[in-house]
Design a protein around this ligand. Structure first.
Ligand SMILES: O=C(O)/C=C(\CC(=O)C(=O)O)C(=O)O
Length: 291
């Protein structure tokens, strides 16, 4: 792997939708800068630099106030780039780390001090070499107070992961709704299975994110809106939203971030739903001390 990839829009449009004051982009990443924060030798993609300066400029351009920065697989379990971005945000960012499950208490405490509030377990084979459930479970039992676990998986392994997820003793946040086939519609098999998961525990949250990854028809992502809007309405107190910038691995279908923001009223049509999705819910998970 030698060629570095650009997966984000060079000049995203200004959205027509204005997010409510205090809106949180609750799923985004930073890449590098590589000279300061080298990528993992196990990285499955090698991106161009997309550091905090670019991320915070996009936040302001889109009308958002805060970010939740999720450690991307290209940085492995070295969270230095994520922590640096959080430190540079002036309190406007918090994060989700990826850790070696053997991590010690002192290191977990240092991550908390650096603004981390959860850890991510990634089950996508194209992104990680292995995902040891027994070790993930063990570390999930000794997280700092108030933390949660973020899980990224595809719809075809949802059922198989159920016993693992059931055993996690802290709140769960499911990335991109577990990647349902949105072309099946709101009552399709994938959405039904995902609803069963949400109904099994009240502390399972999800991100209504990534129309660009989930809707093969592309922008304006109508199938995504049709399938996801009922889910947002029915589980409105545990849904989050994020840009997914800089859109890892999306170099062949780079979304316009302004258009992604303009999807928000399509999945959350009322001001009350928008306030929950963009402010109230992410604040409860990431800045609870401010409530
Ligand atoms: O950014 C995302 O949420 C999705 C990713 C990348 C990713 O998760 C990672 O690199 O850690 C994907 O589907 O390639």
């Amino acid at each position: 792997m030698s060629e570095r990839i650009t997966s984000w829009h060079a000049s995203p449009s200004k959205p027509a939708f204005t997010p409510p004051p205090g809106a949180v982009d609750a799923h985004c990443h930073v890449f590098g800068p590589m000279a300061q924060f080298p990528f993992s030798p196990k990285a499955k993609y090698l991106p161009e630099d997309a550091g905090p300066d670019k991320l915070f400029a996009l936040r302001d351009h889109l009308g958002f106030s805060r970010n939740v920065i999720v450690q991307a697989s290209c940085h492995g379990t070295d969270n230095a780039a994520t922590l640096d971005a959080i430190a540079q945000s002036g309190g406007k960012a918090r994060g989700v780390a990826v850790v070696d499950p053997a991590i010690g208490e002192a290191e977990l405490a240092a991550l908390h001090e650096g603004g981390i509030r959860g850890i991510r377990f990634n089950f996508l084979k194209r992104l990680v070499d292995n995902a040891p459930r027994d070790k993930f479970l063990e570390v999930s039992r000794r997280l700092p107070e108030g933390w949660h676990v973020v899980i990224y998986f595809e719809a075809d392994i949802l059922e198989e992961l159920r016993p693992f997820m059931d055993a996690i003793p802290v709140p769960l946040v499911i990335d991109h709704m577990g990647r349902p086939d949105v072309t099946q519609g709101p009552d399709g098999a994938d959405m039904k299975a995902f609803r069963r998961l949400l109904d099994s525990r009240e502390d399972i949250w999800f991100k209504a994110t990534c129309p660009d990854r989930l809707d093969p028809a592309g922008d304006p992502w109508n199938a995504f809106a049709e399938a996801v809007a009922p889910l947002v309405a029915d589980y409105q107190d545990r849904v989050l939203w994020g840009t997914d910038w800089p859109h890892p691995n999306m170099q062949d279908a780079i979304p316009d971030d302004g258009h992604l923001v303009d999807m928000i009223p399509c999945i959350a049509p009322t001001p009350e739903l928008q306030r929950k999705l963009l402010v109230a819910n992410p604040m409860r998970l990431y800045w609870p001390e401010e409530l």
